[in-house]
Each structure stands twice: as structure tokens, then as C-alpha cells.
Design a binder for this molecule. Structure first.
Ligand SMILES: [Ca+2]
Ligand SMILES: [Ca+2]
Ligand SMILES: [Ca+2]
Ligand SMILES: [Ca+2]
Length: 391
């Protein structure tokens, strides 16, 4: 093959006429399109092309161009795709010879193929997923995928755009090899409680006319961090309980909420210990906040209780509320009669309204329940008279 080529070159050298012609056409021209009027440009008659059996000789590049001897023109024989022919190499050109016989002549022809913006920048994937903690710090970087544009020059990839820009900004680094490294950088902290799913669109545009673009969807799932403490719906709960309520009675339900996701938002309730032992009288269900009576109340002994109830999330953040329990009296005490002094013997001539005995009446209940009325039996020669309180 090499021998043949050398022979051919030698043969060409023997033919003493040299000429050179160059055309420039855009890629993707349809079959039959005019490349150039070669007869005119080389100063040849079309009859000479016919008689000389003018033909194209090419050793590579396939047969993209044909010679029409009758018209003396070069035509597109097969649609040319610059990208397939030259990839990223520029300039892109077809080189061939036009050979004539009788006498033998040859001309060197070059057809330069210019790029048309017929490729949009494309991403390998249509979407990309990230899971990012809401505690991620500002400046945290996330590598994205670079887009590829098969065109060259201004028709190649020009820039990127990321939208929306609420939380992230785009950083594009160009390496020495010409590759572009695309990153998104956190510029405003995420908040799962506000936005749990974020979608962004990365757009790559080229510099062609008209401009072409490609997009990639960026889906971000914001992972929860324990950045919210539980909050009680009321800072103080007040309730009234009758003193005869049995142990286990639900006296109130406290509620706290936590904006975080489970387990950071899972709340456990507890009664805070107190020095005076008040806390022992109540018990809270750690899951639902129901507060139960945990002992026997006695209004006469203690009329109100105050305890703190704590809500704790799984991460140890807390809130507390005050629970004030007022004990209500019930009539559970009989009046008690105590005789303070008595005269065992009364003279028959004693004068009316003489005090014969002193009685003290006591009822431990209060209010109406503690009010006492005293009566004597009918038909006795005595009557009751109240002096001071209870006497
Ligand atoms: Ca192109
Ligand atoms: Ca392009
Ligand atoms: Ca929390
Ligand atoms: Ca959170």
C-alpha cells in the first residue's frame, strides 16, 4: 500500500500542472447542494472536464463530495456531519485531488466544513438526587455533573445556570484540560421544617445562534436535624379535683409539640421532682401526656399542688409547664361534738338562761360542708345558744 502511494506521488509529480482550490461550506447541507464552481475557479472548460474524465481522488474521508463534469461543479454527495467527521478537532476539512487525463493534470482541493449549532448541551442523567442534612454548613459543596456539547467553538458549551438560587449558588471550575467542574455551594442554611423537598434546575447553554440548552433536575431531600425543642401548648395548666377522686383518675392532659421529624420530634413527658413530695401525687403517661392521680388527696390536709411537667425530645431538648391542681372539698367529715364543761347537778330553782354546759362543735369540711346546725330534742327544758365561733 505504501509502495503504491509512493508510486502515485511520483506519478503526480510527473504531471507538471499544479493547482489548488479551497471552499468552505457548513455541515449538514443536503445532498446535491453546490459546493463550488470548480470549472470556473480552475479556469477550465466543462468540455475539458468531460474529455479529461475529470474525477475526484481521495484516500480518506469517504465520498462526501462529487464532481459533476457536465456542469463543472462540486456537489454534496452525502450529507456531512462535522461532529462525526472531526469530533472536537478544528478546523475540519476534506482534502482530495481532482485528476484529469489527456493530458494528465491534477488539482488539490480542500473543502472546509464549518460547524453548525446542531447539538444541544446534554447531561448524562436527566435528574440527580441528594440527601442533605438541614444542619449542613454554609459553604458545603456538592459536585454536579458537567454537560457535553458536541459542537465546537462558539457552538460549544458556554455557561451554566442554577435556579432557584434561594439556598445554593453555582461554582464552575475550569481545569487545565478544559474540563469544567460544576459544583453547587450552600449559601443559605436549609430548614427541613420549612422545605423538605427542594428541586432545582441546572441549565447548560451553548453560545450558538440560536442558542441551545440542556437541563438536569436536581432533587434534594433535606434530612432532619434536632433543631427544635418541644413546646407546651400552655405554659400553665390549672385543674380542680375533688378530694375523693380515686387513684388513677386522669385529671388533665398536657400537650407539647416538636416541629422536628421523629425521632428528633418524639416527645416524652415526665413529672419533675419536687422537694416537698408534691410530684409523687401525680403521674404522667410519657407518651400521651395524660396526668393521673397517684395517691389519696385530702382537702383538709393540702388544698393545692403545684408541679412541673417536662417534655423531652429524643435529642434531649426540653420544655416545661406548670400544673396547678386545686383540691375540692367534699363533705367527708361529720360534725364533732365536744362537751367542754358540764354541771352534773342542777338545782330545781335555777333561773332560766343559766348556762348548764359548754359545747364546741367542729366540722373539718369547709364552706357549706363545714356549716353546722345544732338541735336539741323536743320537749326538754333546755335550749341552745351560740356564743362565739363554734361554741
Ligand atoms: Ca455541529
Ligand atoms: Ca451546541
Ligand atoms: Ca426536636
Ligand atoms: Ca429539624
Amino acid at each position: 500500500m505504501k509502495g503504491l502511494a509512493s508510486l502515485f506521488i511520483l506519478f503526480l509529480l510527473i504531471c507538471s500542472v499544479f493547482g489548488q482550490i479551497s471552499y468552505t461550506i457548513p455541515e449538514e447541507m443536503s445532498k446535491g447542494s453546490l459546493v463550488g464552481n470548480i470549472a470556473n475557479d480552475l479556469g477550465l472548460q466543462t468540455s475539458r472536464l468531460t474529455s479529461g474524465k475529470a474525477r475526484i481522488y481521495t484516500r480518506e474521508n469517504g465520498e462526501y463530495i462529487e464532481l459533476n463534469r457536465e456542469r463543472g461543479v462540486l456537489l454534496v454527495k452525502e450529507k456531512i456531519d462535522r461532529e462525526a467527521l472531526c469530533k472536537q478537532t478544528t478546523p475540519c476539512a476534506l482534502h482530495f485531488q481532482i485528476i484529469l487525463e489527456n493530458p494528465m493534470e491534477f488539482f488539490t482541493a480542500t473543502v472546509q466544513i464549518t460547524d453548525v449549532n446542531d447539538n444541544a448541551p446534554t447531561f448524562k442523567r436527566s435528574e440527580i438526587h441528594f440527601k442533605i442534612s438541614e444542619s449542613a454548613i454554609v459553604g458545603a459543596k456538592f459536585l454536579l455533573e458537567a454537560a457535553v456539547d458536541h459542537d465546537v467553538g462558539i457552538n460549544d458549551l458556554k455557561s451554566y445556570e442554577l435556579k432557584p438560587t434561594d439556598n445554593f449558588v453555582l461554582k464552575v471550575h475550569s481545569s487545565n484540560e478544559g474540563d469544567k467542574n460544576v459544583e453547587m455551594v450552600l449559601q443559605k442554611p436549609l430548614d427541613r421544617e420549612k422545605e423538605e423537598e427542594i428541586s432545582l434546575v441546572l441549565t447548560a447553554v451553548d453560545g450558538g445562534e440560536p442558542q441551545m440548552s440542556g437541563t438536569m433536575l436536581i432533587l434534594i431531600t433535606v434530612l432532619d436535624a434536632n433543631d427544635n425543642a418541644p413546646v407546651f401548648s400552655q405554659s400553665t395548666y390549672k385543674t380542680m379535683v375533688t378530694e375523693n377522686s380515686p387513684k388513677g383518675t386522669v385529671i388533665v392532659t398536657v400537650t407539647a409539640t416538636d416541629a422536628d421529624q421523629s425521632p428528633n420530634g418524639k416527645i416524652m413527658y415526665s413529672v419533675s421532682n419536687t422537694l416537698d413530695g408534691d410530684s409523687l401525687m401525680f403521674f404522667v403517661n410519657e407518651e400521651n401526656g395524660n396526668v393521673y392521680l397517684n395517691g389519696k388527696l385530702d382537702f383538709e390536709e393540702k388544698k393545692n399542688y403545684q408541679v412541673n411537667i417536662i417534655a423531652t425530645d429524643a435529642g434531649g431538648l426540653t420544655d416545661s409547664c406548670k400544673l396547678i391542681v386545686e383540691v375540692q372539698d367534699v363533705n367527708d367529715n361529720k360534725p364533732e361534738i365536744n362537751i367542754m364543761s358540764k354541771s352534773n347537778v342542777i338545782s330545781e330553782d335555777v333561773k332560766p338562761n343559766t348556762i348548764v354546759t359548754m359545747i364546741v362543735i367542729e366540722d373539718k369540711d369547709s364552706g357549706e360542708n363545714g356549716k353546722v346546725q345544732c338541735f336539741t330534742s323536743d320537749h326538754v327544758p333546755f335550749h341552745l345558744k351560740s356564743s362565739t365561733n363554734n361554741f
